[in-house]
Design a protein around this ligand. Structure first.
Ligand SMILES: [Mn+2]
Length: 323
């Protein structure tokens, strides 16, 4: 890994001319934490870079250093003709939301891929992957150590954000000994744990909690499937005026049920899909395999899928009606 890290650092600091740093669309704390830390590192190394994301940054993550620099205009790609594309926390460039922009470039760029998803397709010229890492920011922490980068408080806060959000503040099964160790290191280096917790976790609006109330009121236990599930319709989400991202917390919260091993939240999205978020805390369950049967993917303990359709209630049971 050290040799690979040095090759990437060498490329970025000597050969790259026009660099774009890409967190995946609908960015979460991990992908945006990684991307903002990387931009900070590039600047410190004298490398100019554009921070681009297909979709905007949520209020919960606006506190991150460099988050205000995120641009979303696809025309930037044509304008700048990037020769180096750095992608974070994405199994493939389509998930990242960057495939069309890459295809629109006149010359094929060099892609650098930092990730921890075991579904990663190794799509980069350089693939810096650590599948046992709790977060992509933990992968990046190792990268920075390999290339001897000074982790200042700004980078530490970005990296710690990804570690905290991907581990549910060090509570979900991704919380390994090394995740806790790196978390401690990042606090020592100036990572602002309290600010991260306040912005990313203690930030629920009353309407978000009301939405949780709706979700909890529909909680259904399927003993035969060892499953607890609930649904949120488009109507719930628009009536309570919450952002799609605010719904994610429900899946993690449901995961605290002791009676069943698997939790599932089904949600209707704006574009006519039903999105499923699967969670488990049990080692003998692989929810990514369940997600895969619906064309999705993710991790063993947290996975998701999306199918075209809508949610319909019949005799107190909710079903996905495919369209
Ligand atoms: Mn991640």
């Amino acid at each position: 890994m050290q040799a690979l890290a040095q090759q990437i650092h060498m490329h970025l600091t000597t050969r790259a001319r026009r660099v774009v740093v890409v967190p995946h669309k609908s960015p979460d704390g991990d992908t945006l934490g990684a991307a903002t830390a990387f931009v900070h590192y590039l600047r410190a190394s004298g490398v100019a870079a554009t921070l681009w994301c297909k979709t905007g940054v949520s209020n919960a993550l606006a506190f991150l250093p460099h988050a205000d620099e995120v641009r979303s205009d696809p025309a930037l790609w044509v304008e700048h003709q990037f020769d180096t594309v750095c992608i974070f926390d994405s199994g493939d460039p389509i998930f990242a939301g960057a495939q069309e922009c890459i295809d629109a470039l006149a010359a094929k760029p060099l892609i650098i891929n930092f990730d921890h998803h075991f579904t990663n397709t190794h799509f980069g010229a350089y693939n810096f992957l650590q599948l046992d890492a709790a977060s992509t920011t933990q992968v990046l922490f190792n990268y920075f150590n390999f290339v001897g980068v000074d982790i200042d408080p700004s980078i530490a806060t970005s990296l710690l954000t990804g570690l905290m959000t991907d581990t549910g503040n060090f509570s979900n099964p991704a919380t390994s000994e090394s995740a806790l160790h790196v978390g401690g290191e990042l606090m020592r280096l100036g990572g602002n744990y309290a600010a991260i917790l306040n912005y990313t976790y203690r930030n629920k609006s009353p309407d978000t909690l009301r939405l949780w109330g709706v979700a909890l009121s529909r909680l259904t236990i399927k003993k035969d499937l060892d499953l607890a599930y609930t649904v949120l319709t488009r109507d719930d989400i628009t009536r309570l005026k919450v952002a799609d991202g605010d719904v994610e917390g429900v899946a993690n919260f449901l995961n605290s049920i002791g009676e069943t091993k698997i939790s599932l939240v089904l949600k209707e999205t704006q574009d006519g899909m039903v999105k499923g978020s699967l969670r488990t805390t049990h080692n003998d369950v692989d929810v990514s395999a369940i997600a895969a049967t619906f064309g999705g993917g993710g991790h063993k303990k947290a996975a998701g899928f999306a199918v075209r359709g809508r949610l319909v209630e019949h005799d107190g049971e909710w079903n996905i009606v495919r369209e």
